[in-house]
Design a protein around this ligand. Structure first.
Ligand code: SF4
Length: 257
């Protein structure tokens, strides 16, 4: 890789690079993705599409799965507490010569406050807010949009399961009933200019490492803790036989910038 190559860094790339260099290579250099979308990603994507529609029109299109109940919970318990002026806003920000930060925030509120919506299984632990304060994605979004504040909303995924002999309709009904205000949370994160300047310097260092990258070593500790969708091709990736994987159309398919 040429040392003059322009680097476009995203929050996903930073997460992958920090977690496992081999994961970064498979996902962002070989540009591979599983043909079948990983279920938690599909749930998150559906939820985001529905809440974006709710913010714009007040309504969402039902798909008869648990994301209907999640979207309704967003409408009932989260939306009344936030003001969202712009939805799904992309950014491309220059960090230094030849290094750019790219991404898409879920929303922007008055006073340039970024809004980010997430889903999670189970309730957030007591230390969740502390972890948000050092979250890379949050600071990347602040740097990318020139903001110092971010509102982070969380909607839990239903932890109830489909019962034996239960119809999908009855299950979805139970999902709706499962929600109350306690299944959602809203956090406000503030960062100083100094904290963001330190993160920016770190991102530039990471981008330069990636630009110099020669060896993408594995970090098996990462997949011991979290499942990795690339585990089947991690050891023996053969471009002539990509069982279960396809090439992405571009490095960051979710972005137009
Ligand atoms: S399976 Fe483990 S070692 Fe391989 S790419 Fe995924 S996280 Fe890295």
């Amino acid at each position: 890789m040429s040392n003059n190559k322009t680097i476009y860094l995203t929050a996903s790339q930073v997460r992958a690079y920090k977690s496992c260099r081999r994961l970064y290579e498979l996902q962002f250099i070989d540009c591979l993705k599983p043909i079948e979308e990983y279920e938690p990603y599909a749930v998150g994507r559906n939820y985001h599409s529905k809440i974006s529609s709710i913010v714009k029109t007040g309504e969402f299109e039902k798909t008869n799965d648990k994301t209907d109940a999640m979207a309704q919970a967003f409408k009932n318990f989260i939306l009344p507490k936030i003001v969202c002026d712009k939805t799904e806003t992309e950014f491309k920000t220059r960090l230094c010569q030849g290094i750019y930060l790219k991404g898409k925030v879920d929303g922007i509120s008055k006073g340039n406050i970024v809004i980010e919506h997430k889903t999670m299984y189970g309730a957030a632990g007591e230390d969740f807010e502390e972890k948000l304060k050092i979250d890379d994605q949050i600071m990347i979004y602040m740097i990318g949009t020139g903001a110092n504040e971010l509102i982070y909303t969380v909607c839990q995924k239903p932890t109830i399961k489909l019962r034996q002999n239960e119809s999908n309709e009855d299950y979805i009904k139970r999902c709706y009933e499962w929600y109350d205000e306690s299944k959602t949370s809203i956090y406000k994160i503030r960062k100083t200019d100094k904290e963001l300047a330190e993160k920016k310097a770190e991102l530039i260092r990471i981008a330069k490492e990636i630009r110099r990258g020669k060896y993408w070593h594995r970090n098996p500790y990462n997949c011991k803790v979290l499942a990795c969708v690339y585990d089947k091709i991690c050891e023996n990736y053969n471009p002539a036989y990509m069982a279960g994987f396809i090439k992405k159309e571009k490095v960051n398919e979710e972005l137009s910038v």
